[in-house]
Design a protein around this ligand. Structure first.
Ligand code: TRP
Length: 448
């Protein structure tokens, strides 16, 4: 679609925005971070961040997008044609391409695991063997490169076809099915003998675990999960009609996204405890434990296949939103064709994804560099997935609170939401809470 389309209905916007928000961020990233950072303490900081910072920034982004009808760079330019504010937009476009590079790689794993389940490779695989199966899978360079390319190709194909068609339809149909499968998994996991210990880990906080690094990752996870801090929601908001309610849409998106992540935790941690696996398994965590859960269920192969397939679809709705940011920028600001924009941005993501693939194999050049000690992939996820989004959210809050001004933003929000009861809370958060809390966390991380 060359011209800028509009969502056909408010439910279309909610499902597409929820589709962007819900993805492997909920089902892969949230559980592994919660496991790595001590369980309940991380969960509570994350939940607080969603309510206090995430929701307000979500409303702010959608309002900026709808008011300007533009991509992130164009939106900042519209308010402030001169000066440095548009850099926040550029940072967002860059973050989108960077996150897309490794996010698509993990998304490719869902396809890989779909076929592994189908072929029976995971049948009777206990906790002793699933980690080895995963390692061999991740170290297979050509397979990984193929999966990454395949996932980016499907993403590019959908984005090239334009906004309202592809994304909206897929989300409407398939998200509810994923939800039902997760409910079934949750029941299975909670009824495993020994599940209680996992529940305790997940729900009984030990706040002595909290360090600046844990807190910044919890904030980062809140932004990552809601697709905030880089303008994805500015872009999606730009396709939203004036008569739709922004606060209601934002509340639905945040609710659906958060409940999905919390549910994933209720699936993963009881099962880990029941099978005697450590929650600190790092990023492969869910790929170690999920096959074991499926193996303990009637029709496990079928459930497993459906789950990985639908998780792939959920991931696809997210990669589409990541690519859409860069595409909308190139189309609007550089006047490129949609096709050329999509090819360039996804091609770039592929190239940047290659070192991430290599960091699972034996040639992790990055980890050997002095001062680094983490893999290229882990560096990407921290720098872009946690830090850049937090910095982006910080600047978006300051911009909406003080430059555009929260009173002008409220005028935009009130179109379609006459009685926005929480207006003052929203203004307070955008003007004071977000800037102070995010800046303080970043400050302590770097100085403290
Ligand atoms: N929110 C998605 C998830 O949790 C990932 C995602 C999509 C994203 N678009 C984004 C993250 C924009 C940050 C910014 O899986």
């Amino acid at each position: 679609m060359a011209s800028r389309g509009k969502w056909s209905s408010s439910i279309g916007f909610i499902l597409a925005a929820a589709g962007s928000a819900i993805g492997i961020g909920n089902i892969w990233r949230f559980p592994y971070m919660t496991g790595k950072y001590g369980g309940a303490a991380f969960l509570f900081v994350y939940l607080a961040a969603v309510v206090l910072l995430g929701m307000p920034v979500l409303i702010a982004e959608i309002a900026m997008g709808r008011a300007t009808g533009k991509n992130p760079v164009g939106a900042f330019k519209e308010f402030r044609p001169r000066g440095p504010w548009k850099l926040v937009g550029y940072l967002g476009v860059l973050a989108g391409v960077m996150i897309l590079s490794y996010y698509s790689l993990i998304s490719g794993w869902t396809l890989g695991y779909f076929f592994k389940t189908l072929s029976g490779a995971l049948k009777n695989a206990g906790t002793a063997v699933t980690p080895g199966i995963f390692t061999a899978f991740a170290q297979n360079f050509w397979l990984q490169a193929f999966l990454l390319a395949a996932f980016l190709f499907i993403t590019g194909y959908i984005v090239a076809r334009g906004i309202a068609n592809g994304i909206e339809k897929a989300c409407k149909l398939l998200m509810p099915v994923l939800f039902v499968i997760m409910l079934i998994l949750l029941v299975r996991s909670l009824t495993l003998p020994g599940a209680g210990k996992g529940l305790e880990f997940y729900l009984k906080p030990d706040f002595s675990q909290l360090t600046p690094r844990v807190i910044i990752d919890a904030l980062g996870q809140a932004f990552f999960s809601l697709s905030l801090g880089m303008g994805a929601m500015i872009t999606y908001g730009s396709y939203l009609k004036k008569e739709e309610s922004i606060p209601a849409g934002a509340a639905w998106v945040a609710f659906l996204d958060t409940i999905t992540a919390v549910m994933a935790g209720f699936i993963i941690f009881p099962a880990l405890a029941a099978f005697g696996m450590s929650p600190e398994g790092g990023h492969p965590l869910v790929f170690h434990i999920l096959p074991v859960i499926f193996d303990q269920m009637p029709f496990g192969t079928l459930f497993g296949m459906l789950f990985f397939l639908l998780l792939g679809v959920a991931a696809l709705a997210s990669t589409v939103s990541l690519l859409e940011v860069a595409a909308a920028y190139l189309i609007d600001e550089r006047k490129w064709s949609r096709k050329k924009s999509v090819l360039t941005a996804s091609g770039l993501s592929f190239l940047i994804g290659v070192p991430s693939i290599l960091s699972f194999g034996n040639v992790d050049f990055f980890r050997r560099l002095p001062l680094v000690h983490i893999s290229f992939f882990e560096m990407m996820d921290f720098v872009w997935g946690s830090l850049a989004l937090s910095v982006g959210a910080l600047f978006i809050a300051i911009f909406v609170g003080y430059v555009w001004k929260s009173s002008s933003a409220l005028k935009e929000i009130r179109q379609g939401a006459k009685r926005f009861r929480y207006a003052w809370i929203w203004s307070f958060s955008v003007k004071y809470l977000c800037p102070l809390l995010i800046a303080a966390t970043l400050f302590i991380l770097f100085i403290g």
